[in-house]
Design a protein around this ligand. Sequence first.
Ligand code: HEM
Length: 495
Amino acid sequence: MLLVVTLLALIGWLLWKDSRSREHWRRLGLDWEEACPLHRPLALLRSLAPGLPQVCRLYRSSSAPVLGFFKGRTPVLMVRDPALVVAIMQADFQHFADKRHPIQLDKSEDPLSQHLIGLTGEKWKMIRSKLTPIFSSGKIKESLPLMEEAVDDILPELKAEEVDIYQLAVTLVTDVILSYAFGLSRQDPNRGLVRRMGMKSIQANYRIALKRAIRFCFPKLFRLLRLRAFEPQVTSFFVEFVKHAIWKIQASSHIGRADFISRLGSVAAVVPEEERDGMVAAQVFSFYVAGFETTCFALSTSIYELSKNPEVLMKARKELDPLLEKHGCFSYEALQEATYLTQIIQESMRMYPADYATPRICTKPYQIPGTNIVLEKGTEVLIPGFCLSRDPRYHDDPLKFDPERFSTENKVNIIPGTYLPFGDGPRKCIAVRFSMLELKYVLARVISAYDLELDPTTPRELTFDENSRVTHYCGRILVRFNKRRNLLSELIPEN
Ligand code: HEM
């Protein structure tokens, strides 16, 4: 009898708590969408990690500047108003300094989670300040020869038959990560193993998706179950590998290579010894966590649009041919002058931002300007970058690929907060310069050497995968690489 009463009381308490948490946004008086009821467990589970279609549906469901919704029972605020987006990301950053709830990480078991995206508060500030100089223009410039090596290997392989562009991007980007982030020369026998472990670390399956959802929605449960963000095998491999590589660098067998790993001494210097190996490995590992899918996606969608728009490709060639003639190769300086090429990448990222929704956590109570609404500390905020950069109110004819939007005359008309491919404010992508250089270099080489032809089986308009954590299209993009006739680079004598 006592057991039945206790059970009924517990159920009653849970239902009361459930209905109270579902009232969160009503209490604040905002436009909001009901949380998923308990009797629809699958939909409830799905709502824990809203994919691109759910985010777009929510964005379109309201015309208010902000909209409340729920991830499971966690209240999340979607910011639809560009001016408020700018305030949150820039001017009022001190109220939204984190991207995730701080999780008490078990540094010895899950050290790779200490990459910059996962860090919060003072630790984030300290590590970001140490990493920023490593991503400066001067340092990034030195990565160009490593990119050159990767492209030199792959370019001659391209044929006038269908090439899966994403797979091509995977090969190229992995090569650059191995050389630049991990400091592995092309002859290094470890390249194959690091490549395999890197791919293993980013592979997606339902088990990993579930773990991720638990981690973000129920961090205490995540800790209680002693779950880990990365497989133990992947973690110990990368921590040991990076530790060994740094030891080799210190032993000076590494002199002369301008890679990322060689420069992490400044990070190691500010971390307590017991955390050092994991913290340093996590920063190298961020090239996989933060830089892999994003760069592959940006590269493949840019090539997709170039194949669909030969007039854009020809215009880019008109810019690139004289630059190649003037500089003899696509040097850093030549690429700096390739402004139309930059416009192509910017426009491609407007149509296809890799991060479809950027999170922030309210780290200090925040009164939404012009309202009486105060967001509590801990409130999750979501900035729907994909929807903002395709909203016809802010970008005319948004599904038209038009690099002219980013010309010197036109780009001043872009409304701040409606174009966020790399995020914004102090938590903006730390690797913007590196990524732009990589994209520009690869595209310059492709454009100047090949005519691109979209395979007829590839759709003229992309649809998007609803289960992917970053933007990803459904199916494959197949492109034929037809050797350009009268290749300018062939007319220029070597050296
Ligand atoms: C085209 C390629 C890339 C795109 C589109 C991209 C996009 C983004 C976006 C949207 C954010 C979130 C910014 C925000 O919250 O305001 C971000 C953060 C970040 N990205 Fe990138 N990224 C790219 C490449 C890379 C690469 C190659 C790395 C290599 C390390 C990298 C490292 C990071 C890190 C560490 C952060 C977190 C910064 C922080 O929280 O302080 N990204 N990136």
